[in-house]
Design a protein around this ligand. Structure first.
Ligand code: SF4
Ligand code: SF4
Length: 413
């Protein structure tokens, strides 16, 4: 999340507010599944295959789970053998699945730890604050320990990785106390970011992290229709025994499903999420991936593709999806960032637009958007960024649309 976490008041307020509002929204939109329905969903998906996460000897399912899923999807995921839980710190004592608490050693629960005194661009690494925050999260969740301590959003550049060891020291202290076990990070791109002097691309930083060998695994943006430096990093990670988990993988699959024109010609026998799951788990060099879903039905549709080879219909679907995504969906590469003299955080805004449009998380998107120091309405449509977008997206129009969608007066509705 694009917010500070070490100063937990803001985060806690955010979580309490969003959790309440989201729960209300979800409850009013759909009823909770019955145990029999959860059982039936899990039977349709079946046991998920596992794969080594890097070279540290752990095996996780080829698709991981997330604490941000609906409770019934989490329950079905547990029955299908999902054992890695992203953002486990989002659970409260009252919402941690009983099956995980009962069989704690069978699950890897991850805590996301942000920079403090600012957001992912302006905040700092602070050993004491990170230690404090993880302890707070343990209190909040009742999980006893976190398996994976993740530096959320990652380093700004390789120099920071080499010379600022505060996060690693925080991990080592917590590990000695038995509160965390493995070190990982999620890594965004900061090259050209006006708020991050000296920022570098995620692939440069990830390659240095994998070479160094202190972190065990990483999460990063990766999806169909994209290639290049990230594939080179994946090859390096395999050689080094460094674990890889893709995130932000749907690349517009949510909006595709709602686009009747697009779905009219979509190959029969598959869906965008299902084809994506097959592709991620059989046609890439990833160890695992996370696909954002928000219902039991989506869990069945998506996770039933895990570990299964793509069929002709899936391959055709993926081609159509890539063409659509290239036209419509920002890949969050940040190539445009340094060319905007107004310092508009284009990739952040278009990431929040994804939350709203693809994940159905409009409230969360509006909260995050409201926290930006410059928003879509600051765009003067000068066009300076346009030649630098590899997808040739109409950035001013996208920003205006995002502002209309996300800039509604209050984040409270
Ligand atoms: S068109 Fe908008 S986003 Fe692009 S450089 Fe100009 S002000 Fe920045
Ligand atoms: S708008 Fe284009 S250049 Fe900017 S982050 Fe998105 S895909 Fe990359």
């Amino acid at each position: 999340m694009n917010m500070s976490r070490g100063y937990s008041l803001r985060r806690r307020e955010f979580l309490v507010t969003t959790a309440g509002a989201m729960a209300g929204a979800v409850n009013s939109a759909c009823r909770a599944a019955t145990p029999a329905e959860i059982e039936e969903a899990a039977a349709k998906v079946g046991p998920l295959p596992r794969r080594k996460l890097g070279g540290a000897g752990r095996e996780i399912t080829v698709l991981a789970g997330a604490a941000t899923w609906s409770a019934d999807a989490v329950e079905a995921g547990i029955r299908c053998g999902i054992n890695f839980w992203h953002k486990a710190d989002e659970w409260e004592r009252s919402s941690v699945p009983a099956a995980i608490l009962k069989n704690r050693e069978a699950h890897y629960c991850q805590v996301c730890v942000d920079r403090v005194r600012g957001n992912h661009e302006t905040g700092v690494i602070d050993e004491e604050a990170h230690v404090r925050l993880v302890k707070q999260m343990l209190q909040q969740t009742g999980l006893r320990y976190f398996d994976d301590m993740q530096f959320h959003f990652g380093y700004h550049n390789v120099n920071e990785l080499r010379n600022n060891r505060g996060f690693v020291r925080a991990f080592e202290r917590l590990k000695k106390e038995g509160r965390v076990r493995h070190l990982c990070l999620s890594q965004h791109s900061y090259a050209g970011n006006s708020r991050v002097p000296g920022g570098e691309n995620n692939t440069e930083i990830l390659s240095a992290v994998a070479q160094e060998g202190v972190y065990e695994h990483a999460q990063f943006f990766y999806s169909y229709g994209e290639s290049g430096p990230m594939d080179a990093f994946l090859a390096l990670a395999r050689r080094k025994g460094f674990g890889t988990i893709a995130m932000k993988t749907t690349r517009g699959a949510g909006r595709m499903r709602q686009d009747r024109e697009f779905m009219k010609d979509f190959p029969a026998g598959t869906t965008p999420h299902h084809a994506l799951a097959r592709w991620l788990t059989t046609r890439t060099a990833l160890d695992s991936a996370i696909i954002q879903i928000n219902s039991l039905e989506q869990f069945v549709d998506t996770y039933s593709g895990a570990g299964r080879a793509t069929r002709a219909a899936d391959d055709r679907a993926l081609e159509q999806m890539a063409a659509y995504a290239n036209r419509e969906v920002c890949r969050l590469c940040n190539e445009c960032a340094s060319h905007c003299r107004r310092g508009i955080p284009i990739a952040d805004i278009l990431r929040y637009e994804r939350y709203a449009q693809d994940y159905g998380e409009g409230f969360r998107a509006r909260v995050l958007y409201a926290m930006l120091d410059r928003r879509g309405d600051a765009c003067t449509a000068c066009g300076d960024c346009l030649p630098h977008c590899p997808q040739e997206l109409p950035i001013p129009e996208k920003l205006a649309a995002a502002h209309r969608r996300l800039g509604k007066a209050s984040a409270g509705g």
